[in-house]
Design a binder for this molecule. Structure first.
Ligand code: FE2
Length: 367
């Protein structure tokens, strides 16, 4: 039995999320002006990178790497042709990338990139990559002591365009959708390969209602800092939102990124003003809110006005809201979450939320 604090791969947290996008310059503009991510580093033709362009955006503890192909017939372009814009790499920061990579391979992972060292006058980075669900990968990043902008090959972006103050502070969790019957396989992968454990208070019985049409298990690393729920579709009365994702993404992939804030009302107002559309819930959701979740600090009106959902468990409560898909395909979306003691994922909201998502699916002709 593994202890709760043990972390065999020495995972410090999420180093960055790499998105493969068709146009990195425009995607950088989108994530800056909507989520308040500041562009900090660039690599492309001007830096000697011939085949692709990458922008690095940061905000507090969140780092995005947006990568687009510069030439036809490029693997990044092939990825986009199949999946549309989406998350390619959930990169994990480690103390020793080579050790993490070899341990992962010993435990059954498939290698994608052998440990590779790059160096410049700012120091040294070691990167190694393993396969995860679908075409998604996990890179291990060792950057201790590196003082440059992001990685060797990148140059700092010195222009400072306006960046809205959105209150987004960190990545709370990242959800993966996998095919029917494959959830357990990926639960085993996170346990055996990355040394994660399943969060015990999240039982799949709780979310297998007639509305849910999905099964979910939450895997987290030893420190509890990294949380990856894994969903698979389940048979329901209607076409599952997970099945819709799998069809449009062309297989398993990252369904949503949950971003934490200390003031969800202010964050939602800023994002909505910037053009992020959120899923609205019917007014009836708020009818007996206090009866369901007890006393909360926020006013019911403030939450109802913004369609913010509330859930409580034995440790406290959480506030959450889900965006519409961020691209043309009904694939990746974001969640904004504010935790007030609860370490859960809002299972009490599943029914109301799924009914709302189904209304959106209906508009797309996918129900
Ligand atoms: Fe979530």
């Amino acid at each position: 039995m593994m202890s709760h604090t043990q972390d065999p791969l020495d995972l410090f947290g999420i180093d960055y999320l790499e998105f493969y996008v068709s146009n990195a310059r425009q995607a950088a503009h989108f994530y800056r002006s909507t989520l308040g991510m500041a562009p900090v580093a660039y690599a492309g033709l001007e830096t000697g990178l011939r085949d692709r362009t990458s922008y690095v955006l940061e905000r507090r503890h969140v780092r995005f790497l947006l990568t687009a192909p510069n030439l036809p017939g490029h693997p990044v372009g092939d990825h986009i042709a199949r999946h549309g814009d989406g998350v390619r790499d959930i990169a994990l920061r480690v103390r020793d990338a080579a050790a993490a990579y070899h341990a992962a391979l010993r435990n059954g992972a498939q290698g994608v990139l052998e440990p590779t060292t790059t160096e410049d006058s700012h120091g040294r980075i070691v990167k190694a990559t393993i396969a995860a669900y679908g075409d998604t990968v996990h890179s291990f990043i060792e950057r201790d002591g590196y003082r440059g902008p992001f990685m060797p090959g990148f140059r700092a972006i010195t222009e400072r365009p306006p960046v809205p103050e959105t209150g987004i502070a960190a990545i709370d969790h990242i959800v993966g959708n996998v095919e029917l019957g494959h959830m357990e396989e990926w639960v085993d992968y996170y346990r055996d390969v990355l040394g994660f454990r399943q969060m015990i208070h999240f039982d799949d019985k709780d979310i297998s209602t007639e509305y849910s049409a999905l099964m979910s298990k939450v895997m987290q690393n030893g420190s509890g800092k990294i949380k990856f729920p894994i969903n698979e579709p389940a048979g329901g009365r209607k076409k599952s939102q997970i099945a819709e994702f799998l069809e449009y993404y062309g297989g398993p992939g990252v369904q949503h990124i949950a971003l934490s804030t200390g003031d969800i009302c202010a964050t939602v107002d800023t994002l909505r003003d910037a053009g992020i559309p959120f899923i609205s819930v019917p007014p009836s959701y708020y009818d007996d809110l206090e009866g369901r979740v007890g006393r909360i600090d926020e006013s019911r009106a403030a939450l109802e006005e913004r369609s913010i959902l509330v859930d409580r468990d034995e440790e406290g409560y959480l506030l959450q809201i889900f965006s519409q898909p961020l691209q043309d395909r009904p694939t990746l979306f974001i969640e904004i979450i504010q935790r007030k003691g609860s370490r859960g994922f809002g299972k009490g909201n599943f029914r109301a939320l799924f009914e709302s998502i189904e209304r959106e699916q209906e508009k797309r002709g996918n129900l």
